[in-house]
Design a protein around this ligand. Structure first.
Ligand SMILES: [Zn+2]
Length: 454
């Protein structure tokens, strides 16, 4: 009996603490999970359907969506139940970004290479909280030392999104991701380069070296592996048109990842880099903006995922030298062609932003989804940034750090939810104004923001 009283007192104290911290922080970081959360009177965008549900009630138990019903759901209104009055507003899945670099959003490359890693990680922690507060409850990290950040978020030390980490990008000598200076060559003189020491990228020039670097990322907890199969817009040494890894090298990574129960994604813009990746067994193409029609058909036939970004202007490349700006212009032109192929051939396509090196650009992360409506309906764009991304995340198989369904509002799915003040299927710009228009943010059953209806 006594223990029961103690437990009740502890619960009451905990609720009081949560309420106090909510009041103090406003849209902030209450990190206690109620046993039951009850969303009353919401219209649901479930991540797939083109239309909203009738006014409904949703019951979350722990970190899972347990029940969705139009009829009232009987709730045991004990101390540990939290009710959110929806007032007919829209409940939708948390957003996700399939091409993110959690540790490289805020510093410039030069700052990252010259700073203490501790400082870089503190920046990344602050950015992770900002990312979650934009309604992005999951990111797939496509390169960078994100393992420690992921751990701190999962342990509740820092508020941030779920992270699917790739670890270091694996690249060839001179490839996209090789940030060495020329004085560091040959390698025996330079030793391990700074970016390799930081865990940003690893250089590998044979199938054996690729295998070793792949296994090192898996050892640290990578949920998928990222290789750069071709050049990039901002690479110091590898122009956009070059193909980097040989098929045998790519296959070595695929074998090691497959043995570990997961998959390889490659950074690849050109038909050559894409085709070689597919031949080697790569499951996801990152970018793909310069693909031609036969390559688009190949992706559709082989059911390869395209994880691409709506690059509609120069973005951060506006700050780069003229030659790199010209490459970015090529990519922007290719974006329109690529989404045309996506629609024509029904390529499995995920949404991501690849925002790098700018806090200011990151603040417009949600604008990327708005930009998709140049080619898609708002419902299609939102489905890409929720349920389609959720399907892609499941490719991590046995290495999925968050087993369970993501990107949908349905019974049994993980409770990553947003309450939006308005209907994003009518006005998708609401998503790009998270501060004012996303009223509630829940991740893993925990409410991180609840400002209530205005
Ligand atoms: Zn990237």
């Amino acid at each position: 009996m006594l223990s029961e009283v103690v437990v009740r007192m502890q619960k009451a104290a905990r609720v009081a603490t949560i309420l106090a911290s909510c009041a103090a922080l406003g849209p902030g970081l209450a990190q206690e999970r109620s046993a039951v959360t009850f969303f009353e009177n919401v219209r649901i965008f479930d991540g797939k359907n083109q239309t909203l549900s009738a006014p409904s009630n949703v019951l979350i138990r722990g970190n899972t969506i347990e029940r969705i019903a139009i009829a009232p759901i009987p709730v045991d209104r004990s101390l540990d139940t939290r009710t959110v009055a929806g007032g007919g507003r829209v409940l939708m899945p948390g957003l996700s970004d399939m091409h993110w670099h959690a540790t490289m959003v805020r510093p410039t490359p030069a700052q990252m290479l010259s700073s203490d890693l501790g400082y870089t990680m503190l920046l990344a922690g602050a950015e992770a909280t900002a990312t979650l507060m934009r309604g992005f409850t999951t990111v797939r990290d496509m390169g960078g030392p994100a393992f420690a950040l992921k751990r701190a978020i999962d342990e509740g030390v820092v508020a941030g999104p779920r992270i699917y980490p790739s670890g270091a990008v694996i690249t060839v000598t001179g490839g996209h991701g090789d940030f060495r200076e020329l004085w560091e060559l040959p390698q025996s003189l330079g030793g391990t380069s700074r970016v390799e020491q930081l865990g940003g990228s690893m250089i590998a020039d044979s199938p054996d070296e690729v295998r070793k670097r792949t296994r090192e990322q898996l050892m640290q907890g990578a949920s998928q592996i990222k290789l750069t199969a071709g050049g990039g817009v901002a690479s110091p040494f590898s122009p956009l048109d070059v193909t980097t890894f040989s098929e045998a090298e790519l296959r070595a990574a695929v074998e090691a990842a497959t043995d570990w129960g997961t998959y390889v994604a490659t950074h690849a813009y050109t038909p050559n880099a894409i085709r070689r990746s597919v031949a080697a067994g790569v499951k996801v193409i990152e970018h793909g903006h310069l693909m031609d029609e036969p390559t688009a058909r190949l992706l559709a036939e082989e059911k390869i995922w395209l994880s691409t970004q709506p690059f509609v202007d120069l973005g951060g490349a506006a700050m780069l030298p003229a030659a790199q700006q010209a490459q970015m212009r090529q990519v922007v032109a290719g974006t329109d062609t690529t989404y045309g192929f996506v629609k024509k051939y029904k390529i499995k396509t995920a949404f991501g932003t690849d925002i790098l090196f700018s806090k200011a650009l990151a603040e417009h992360q949600g604008q990327g989804i708005v930009d998709l409506t140049r080619w898609f309906t708002p419902a299609e764009a939102l489905a890409m940034a929720t349920s389609a991304n959720g399907e892609l995340l499941a490719l991590s198989g046995a290495r999925n750090p968050y087993p369970g369904k993501l990107g949908v509002v349905e019974e049994g799915a993980l409770a990553d939810l947003l309450l939006v003040d308005g209907n994003p299927l009518d006005d998708i710009r609401l998503i790009a104004d998270p501060e004012n228009k996303i009223l509630v943010i829940m991740k893993d059953g925990i409410i991180y923001k609840d400002v209530g209806p205005k």
